[in-house]
Write a protein that binds this ligand. Structure first.
Ligand code: XLS
Ligand code: NI
Ligand code: NI
Length: 437
């Protein structure tokens, strides 16, 4: 019998910005059009299973504070079904079309991989049934190759092949499960792919192993008829001291070097960007420059605490800058916006999950609408164009097209005598942004 876990909460409706109902959207009007596309299609909002369904209010230092009612069942398969019931009830009430998961979020990991594989296959049919009933889809699936102690020295980049191959087997199982649920994408986040000390690490060999493995995954996914995208999710550190997928630029370089550039894109997470000493918008732009802006893990960090606090987004300025990159680069290639965020450990009411996701969706909607305004009703685009206009004709154009040699540049450069003092107008740009909502 399916339970109703969020009995007191009705479907979340759009009520507009005048509403003071915390359980209503103020800005996220799913059908509202922005630049010719509905907000719903721009964003493809997703709930993540791990934080919203599995976390039970844990943090790295303390045990769970909030064993969710759907996780209280001790029979493993029944518990997994309860969790799926809760997930789909939540998604339907939120009006979200997608979810993301790790293999072992769906059902508890067993003591052997063989047994875990059996468990996963048992829950898949149940979830497929719920997908059929509701039309809810999988944005991406992934394998958790970081929680199990077997991965303490790494997963695919483990110095011991016995463990690397175990990781490969686990990823195959997770990938197959994702495909079975019709996942539109598949993510690799290398939680243990990196090192703690370079002294005991052959970095080159480990990275070569990662490249070989990804190439084999491309080959396998083609054989299986996978039509989606592979995403790598950069993160500089935590849990390893140095992760191989440090930031967007590192990952783009690695993909190009490994012949993977046509098969992979990036999943950019806000908090990972800030951990890498970048802004969110910087990471989006780097990915977009490479034609690899695939998907977003939405959350935020904390300016005082330097770790992955995975809080829900509330930073409007940052979000507007991010949405400017998003709109200018034509949106996400295949992915969507996954709320890889968790309510605080002491936020123990079930409604807190809703309030958090509503606010998350609203901030993206508000930021996208503001960005549209900036691009269509302000001098912003013109100002930016103007700043680079010396490359639009004459020698500037010739340089841009690679038609000028160093000797040509020497001649032209020596002849320059007129250097106007040109203001960068940063404050004007900022005031346009600050007045855009
Ligand atoms: C952890 C990552 C993780 C990935 C999926 O920091 O964000 O949650 O998104 O493995
Ligand atoms: Ni993430
Ligand atoms: Ni993260």
């Amino acid at each position: 019998m399916q339970q109703d876990y969020f009995k007191n909460i009705n479907s979340i409706k759009f009520e507009g910005k005048e509403s003071d109902n915390p359980l209503a959207y103020k800005y996220y009007d799913a059908n509202r059009m922005v630049m010719g596309k509905s907000l719903r299609d721009h964003f493809k909002f997703a709930m993540c299973y791990w934080h919203s369904m599995n976390d039970n209010g844990t943090d790295p230092f303390g045990r769970l504070t909030n064993l969710y009612p759907w996780n209280q069942e001790t029979d493993v398969l029944k518990q997994a079904k309860n969790r799926a019931d809760a997930a789909f009830e939540f998604l339907q009430k939120m009006g979200f079309d997608y979810f993301c998961f790790h293999d072992i979020d769906l059902i508890q990991e067993a003591s052997t991989l063989l047994e875990t594989e059996k468990r996963i296959s048992q829950i898949l049919d149940y979830i497929k049934g719920k997908q059929k009933e509701t039309g809810i889809k999988v944005l991406w699936g992934t394998a958790n190759c970081f929680s199990n102690p077997v991965y303490m020295n790494g997963a695919i980049t483990n110095p011991d092949f016995r463990i690397a191959s175990r990781a490969a087997a686990q990823i195959k199982i997770a990938f197959d499960a994702s495909m079975e649920l019709g996942a539109e994408n598949y993510v690799f986040w290398g939680g243990r792919e990196g090192y703690l000390s370079l002294l005991n690490t052959d970095m080159k060999r480990e990275l070569d192993h990662l490249a070989v493995f990804f190439n084999k995954m491309v080959e396998y996914s083609k054989q299986q008829g996978f039509k989606g995208n592979f995403f790598i999710e950069p993160k500089p550190s935590e849990p390893t001291k140095h992760q191989y997928d440090f930031d967007a630029a590192t990952v783009v370089g690695f993909l190009n070097q490994s012949g993977l550039q046509d098969h992979f894109k990036l999943n950019i997470e806000v908090n990972h960007a800030t951990l890498a000493q970048h802004t969110f918008q910087h990471e989006l732009q780097v990915a977009a420059n490479a034609g690899m802006l695939g998907s977003i893990d939405a959350n935020r960090g904390d300016y005082q605490n330097g770790w992955d606090t995975d809080q829900f987004s509330i930073n409007l300025y940052e979000s507007i800058e991010a949405m400017l990159v998003f709109l200018k680069s034509g949106g996400l290639k295949g992915g969507g916006i996954n709320f890889d965020a968790k309510v605080r450990r002491n936020s123990t009411d079930l409604e807190d999950l809703f309030i958090a996701h509503i606010q998350g969706a609203d901030i993206f909607a508000r930021a996208l609408i503001a960005s549209e305004h900036i691009l269509t009703n302000t001098p912003y685009s013109k100002m930016l164009e103007e700043r680079y206009k010396s490359y639009d004709s004459g020698n500037g154009k010739g340089f841009e097209n690679g038609e000028l040699s160093i000797k040509d540049l020497y001649k032209i450069g020596l002849g320059q005598t007129n250097f106007p003092k040109t203001s960068g107008k940063q404050e004007l740009y900022e005031s346009i942004l600050a007045n855009s909502f």
